[in-house]
Design a protein around this ligand. Sequence first.
Ligand code: NDP
Length: 599
Amino acid sequence: MPAIDPVALREKYLAERDKRLRVDGNEQYIELKGQFAKYLEDPYVPQVEREPRTDEVTFAFIGGGFSGLLAGAKLKQAGIDDVRIIEKAGDFGGTWYWNRYPGAQCDTAAFVYMPLLEETGHMPTEKYVKGPEILEHCRRIAEHFDLYDNALMSTEVTGLTWDDATCRWIIRTNRGDEMRARFVAMGTGPLHRPKLPGIPGLDTFAGHSFHTSRWDYDYTGGDPAGAPLDRLGDKRVGIIGTGATSVQCIPHLAPACGELFVFQRTPSSIDVRNNHPIDPDWFDTLQPGWQQEWLDNFTLLQTGGMAERDLVQDGWTDISQRIRDKLLANEPLELTPEAFERAYHDSDDEKMTEIRARVDDVVADRTTADALKPWYRQLCKRPCFHDEYLEAFNEPGTHLVDTDGQGVERIDETGVWVDGTHYELDCLIYASGFEVGTEYARRSGFETVGRGGVTLSDYWADGMTTLHGIHMHGFPNLFMVQPAHGANLISNIPHNLVERGNTIAAIVRHALDVGADEVEVTAEAEQAWMERLEAGGRRFGNQPDCTPGYYNNEGQTPTRARLLGTLGFPEGPVAYFEYIDRWRSTGDFDGLDFRPAPR
Ligand code: NDP
């Protein structure tokens, strides 16, 4: 490994960050509406005509991704059968329904990422499973817990309104439905609304184009299972973006395209993948309760705790392992925040130096290799793990067009301009990611109107406030399902969602058992929770010295309102999971008001 000069490294990191800072931050991206709404169309399942629904259900869930599936499963387990999931896609799966680009795979080990493995009896085929297997698992969960029967697919919620007179939520959709539900939960996904890069002239491109979350296999050939993209052999294809999505699909595009132009603004860090098939004999040795043990072990190790064994042993736990090793190597042992900070920086410098050295080892062309090296701390951006991405740049028809942090200059009818050079293209693929941190109603696509006509947008005008990330005062019988204001465990999102499902099922069960028509968090409990989180100051992202991206609000100083939405439990994910388990197990549901309908 090359020698490390920490001071020079820090200067280089800051220079690379400064190069990329821009005043428009999040505003640089184009929202998919109007002429761009075509990029949102569902290419996978045709919409089937049906009569509008005007019936009533006990529990309606908006969103059929892991949030809805897990809440649905937990409600069913708690004996609440009348559950309806409403989903705008043609099937369950959420992010795994939409993201069917070639090579889609999960970076978190399947044994902790894929929920309900013991309940459904599924053995993951590999340590890191591919998209189609996860999509199939989503369908398996839906079938196992009978969630298909009452579901409404290809149905987009357009409005959600609380009706005080009947203590019901009224749900309106783009299919003319006007349903009622006693309880409603929303799990519309943190990275759910695709965005386009704000590049002048983007609307003028006359060739073929699509966003990676709506992959057009009719145009490219191939399929999500990995069949070669056999219609691209005579095509000049461009792809904008080099984030986690691009890293996974470029190895499939590179050998298939006549020529491939990869337009890069910031390189991703590409750590080793080391995937392997799962041995069924080994799988058979796992004892009942194993998945919870793995989840707890992963969360503990990934968030800086100590355990005798690292069961998962992946790129996420490796980061923490290195920090721990450094700390424990101190003589005398020093477990102060300063020692932790030093250990973090030292191990990160080593890790990133290894990652840059790997680029040199793999990529033959020196200029390309240099441009592919990431100059920031590993957790400044979403870390990537891949064993074929860097290799793809050795394909003769693959060209890295590095924009030195500035992004694509402009797009015209026939292609893309960078630094005065025009790249003529037949097809342009946008691997430009998803909206993060825009207003909730914009991302979910509908407004929620609570008691007294107060909208959720107005309620959250000064920032998101909740109890436990689930309840909002003035919005009775409504539950949010997302990771913030709780564990905020970003390395394994489904773990957060399983716990949310457990919590919601316990509350609804209790409400039904005691005959409560309304369940609502008190204003005091919500305020106390937010004060506790704010005082703790534990939050996701927001490191100003990082190169810009959605992890740090595109490098802009976040407002207090934005910061509120990123807060997590002060003592961390392990403590939150213990806390919430205790909270719901006592049966007190401290902070919630269970009451009959007002007469
Ligand atoms: P990202 O937001 O991570 O990447 C968007 C890319 O577009 C970045 O490389 C960005 O550059 C680039 N870009 C934006 N504007 C321009 C421009 N004007 N010119 C050139 N390039 C531009 O989106 P992804 O879809 O890749 O990933 C989104 C998230 O989805 C990931 O962070 C991850 O959380 C998740 N994911 C998870 C996977 C898994 O394994 N579980 C797999 C795939 C995605 P810059 O970096 O400079 O902003």
